[in-house]
Design a protein. Structure first.
Length: 310
């Protein structure tokens, strides 16, 4: 078998029907729309989702978008921080509901999970796997204290999925960069039975640094510069973080996918939701260089550079 790379052949998203606006939160918390918007860029978020159900809907949509059937998929890879249960893996529930005949596994790298999953999917393909259904799905509303205004204003639920196809030759994935620092787990965490906690100032400071460093290393490994990036798809944690990263990378905000105003922070679903929105708007064309980058609890961080269409 020769060298096999990957390309992305379909994309789908899913969010719960229930929308919570900043005004809704203002009615019960000591906050207001102007305060939330200025500090986060978020105007509304979808809540009330179930990780497996959102993943199933996004996965089915991605398979249909690729012009395929569930039987054409070999592996379901689910990136999530909010599995339905400790056991079994939520990916098995998703696999059975969609009707995929192959294997299934969960992956947890917090908000970096989708990019970790993309590279893991590429690795599976390189050693002989067929098509991989990669999904990022999280229901952060389940692990949020809705009386805590520092966290309640940030989170949302959602899922995004892509079909990762094998191709002969190097394919779309040009480079990637991973990192983690477990000594920083105290900055962003949720213990069993507890609620999300975040040291916002420290996370902001470290997130901008690691995202920029990771993205720059991935671009260098791909032989590219910031000017070569046609679309930046960052983790949607905070608009200020996105703007700071754009400024330091030298990538204009006009070439950045931003959906945080509509969805909030959806963890593993964040990057595929933003990618799906960009695709729906026709912002990605064959041959474009797309940079995915994110950070999350752990702390973890990850970047990947794609040449769209291989």
């Amino acid at each position: 078998m020769g060298v096999r790379g990957i390309t992305l052949s379909g994309c789908g998203i899913s969010v719960p029907d229930k929308v919570v606006t900043n005004d809704d939160l203002s009615a019960r918390l000591d906050t207001n729309d102007a305060w939330i918007t200025e500090r986060t860029g978020i105007k509304e978020r979808h809540v009330g989702g179930i990780t497996s159900q959102m993943a199933i809907e996004a996965g089915r949509s991605a398979i249909a978008d690729a012009g395929l059937e569930p039987a054409d998929i070999d592996i379901v890879l689910l990136a999530t921080t909010t599995p339905d249960a400790m056991v079994p893996a939520t990916s098995a529930t998703v696999q059975a509901a969609i009707g995929v005949p192959g294997g299934a596994l969960d992956l947890n790298a917090a908000c970096s999970g989708f990019v970790y999953g993309l590279v893991a999917a590429a690795g599976l393909v390189s050693v002989g796997a067929g098509r991989v259904l990669l999904i990022g799905s999280d229901a952060l509303s389940r692990i949020t204290d809705w009386d805590d205004r520092t966290m309640a204003v940030l989170v949302g639920d959602g899922a995004g999925a892509v079909v990762v196809e094998p191709v002969d030759g190097p394919g779309s994935l040009l480079s990637w960069n991973f990192g983690a620092d477990g000594t920083l787990r105290h900055l962003l965490k949720c213990d069993h039975g507890g609620y999300l906690f975040m040291d916002g100032k420290e996370v902001f400071r470290k997130a901008v640094r690691v995202v920029v460093e990771s993205a720059e290393r991935a671009l260098a490994d791909a032989g590219l510069a910031a000017a070569d990036v046609d679309l930046l798809v960052p983790h949607q944690a905070n608009l200020r973080i996105i703007q700071a990263a754009c400024q330091r990378l030298g990538i204009p905000e006009a070439r950045t996918a931003v959906v945080i105003d509509r969805y909030g922070n959806t963890s593993s679903a964040s990057i595929p939701l933003a990618l799906g929105d960009a695709l729906a708007q026709g912002r990605v064309s064959a041959g474009d260089h797309v940079l995915l980058t994110g950070f999350g609890g752990g702390m973890t961080w990850a970047s990947a550079v794609l040449r769209w269409g291989g």
